[in-house]
Design a protein around this ligand. Structure first.
Ligand SMILES: [Zn+2]
Length: 388
């Protein structure tokens, strides 16, 4: 064990090399820049059937290997990254250089590290693990960091069209907090944005009786929105609403404003669906309905995976984490949205597990090599639990 982790040997491990290769593809959303082609080649060599399709500049990969009847489980991930400007970084953000025992580069943690680790774990599963059963899918997109309109959504639709029902889906997003495996996500809150046009009546500030002040109305709207009691919230998954903007054009000091635009975003508990959230908000503003127009934007549904009495993916992953780290992971539904929502449904159990997320989207994003080796081991243990 100690030899494997010795600093001298670390840079040469397969997972490090795979991650460095992935980082060197400048796959800023939605460009795959060769990363998906490279993965398809690797997976084909491991016996996967690969289908790569591009739509509106977004490239997706569906790869499949079958070990016979048994569970149908997927690994879901993205190879696209947010932009990175050279100069601010310790190294070129698309070099994958190793500094102080960590691989640096855009996407090192979010989530090329997870993809590289799963690739190595998959290779071990295919070549070293005996008596496998089931079907293993790899579902990779180049549009997770963007609008996610043509990425995992299209992959899920394509699978559905082919009549493929996933029993489980493991998402390789960086979920860990301080140590790899300390936190996994078995759900995510939903997200919903809205743009409110508040219509008042303009007039001279000295004669307010003849006006309806849109700015004052906006204050009432904020008061109502922030006072909503989200009674369907589940434990440890609280709904939060934040006003993100209040805009009044052409502010003049003697004019009562007639119009105000207010924007807000709701992150809602898995106790709600987006339709419930809209109803709660409309109810809170019922008597103001004549003066307000609501335009809903960017809905992302919530999802939640509970323990199952049989074939429980959550159990299998917890066991894998325990086996490798000696500790059970904390379950969480916090953070932003993820592509897990596209694969979750009443039948498909979705769990997210990956490296630490403390440097994601930041300058000098990096992942320690020891963390990479650890997540690879967790993935391999999870795959063995699932497919044997
Ligand atoms: Zn990500």
């Amino acid at each position: 064990m100690s030899i494997e982790l010795a600093p001298k040997l670390q840079p040469h491990s397969d997972v490090v090399k795979a991650l460095q290769t992935l980082i060197q593809f400048k796959s800023v959303t939605p460009q795959q820049a060769g990363a998906i082609d490279w993965l398809a080649t690797k997976l084909t060599q491991l016996g996967f059937e690969c289908e790569v399709f591009t739509f509106n500049q977004v490239t997706n990969l569906i790869a499949k290997v079958s070990f016979g009847s048994g569970p149908v489980v997927a690994f879901s991930g993205h190879i696209d990254v947010v932009p990175a400007a050279e100069g601010d970084w310790r190294v070129d953000p698309f070099s994958g250089h190793v500094v102080d025992g960590a691989v640096y580069g855009r996407g090192a943690a979010d989530m090329k590290g997870g993809v590289a680790a799963m690739l190595c774990a998959t290779e071990k599963l295919v070549t070293q693990s005996e008596d496998k059963q089931g079907t293993f899918y790899w579902l990779i997109t180049s549009d997770e960091e963007g609008e996610a309109e043509y990425g995992s959504l299209l992959i899920a639709e394509r699978l559905a069209k082919q009549g493929i029902v996933l029993d489980g889906c493991l998402v390789g997003e960086p979920t860990s907090h301080l140590h790899v495996g300390d936190t996994i996500k078995n759900g995510r809150r939903g997200a919903l944005s809205a743009r409110l046009s508040i219509q008042g009546k303009a007039g001279h500030v000295a004669y307010p009786d003849n006006t309806v002040n849109a700015a004052h109305l906006s204050a009432e709207v904020v008061k109502r929105l922030t006072a909503i009691c989200w009674h369907k919230d589940e434990a440890s998954s609280a709904t939060t609403l934040q006003v993100t903007g209040i805009n009044i054009a052409n502010v003049v000091d003697n004019l009562v404003p007639a119009r105000c635009e207010l924007t807000f975003n709701v992150r809602y508990s898995h106790g709600y669906k987006s339709t419930d959230v809209k109803k709660e908000i409309q109810f809170a503003l019922t008597d103001l309905a004549d003066t307000i127009k609501i335009q809903w934007e960017r809905p992302c549904e919530s999802y939640y995976t509970a323990y199952q009495s049989r074939d429980c993916l959550l159990n299998k992953l917890e066991q894998a984490v325990l086996e490798v780290t000696g500790n059970f992971p904390l379950l969480s539904t916090s953070g932003g949205t993820s592509d897990g929502r596209f694969f979750a449904n009443e039948h498909t159990q979705v769990i997210e597990c990956g490296v630490c997320n403390n440097t994601i989207h930041q300058v000098n994003e990096h992942v320690p090599i020891t963390d990479l080796l650890c997540i690879e081991k967790i993935y391999y243990a999870a795959l063995r639990n699932i497919f044997s």
